[in-house]
Design a binder for this molecule. Sequence first.
Ligand code: FE
Length: 131
Amino acid sequence: MERKVNKSEDEWKAELSTEQFKVLRLKDTELPFTGEYNDHKEKGTYKCAGCGAILFSSETKYDSGCGWPAFFDEMGDNIEKELDLSHGMRRIEVLCKNCGGHLGHLFDDGPQPTGIRYCINSVSIKFEKDS
Ligand code: FE
């Protein structure tokens, strides 16, 4: 897949924190209820921690109780979805289309109007407050 942001794994390693690298590039998952944005309620925009692409708005963030930031919709057109059959499960992986970074997974237990839940690692995103 052709990416707008294309970096080698060495370049990513140099500019991301260890935790960011593990999740964004190696598809790891942060422990539940530990992430910076799990309980975060400020108004603003969540961008990709790897490349800065706009991903989610605080308007669609809700408390799912799952232990990770949850959104019922995406913002803009920078989200990619892919079938993930790892760990003996059948899930939809959520990635940043711009840089290929792993963000989290998509589930069908979200609130209306979409009925879906984007379950996202805090370390994969960066919050920017509304000015
Ligand atoms: Fe990105």
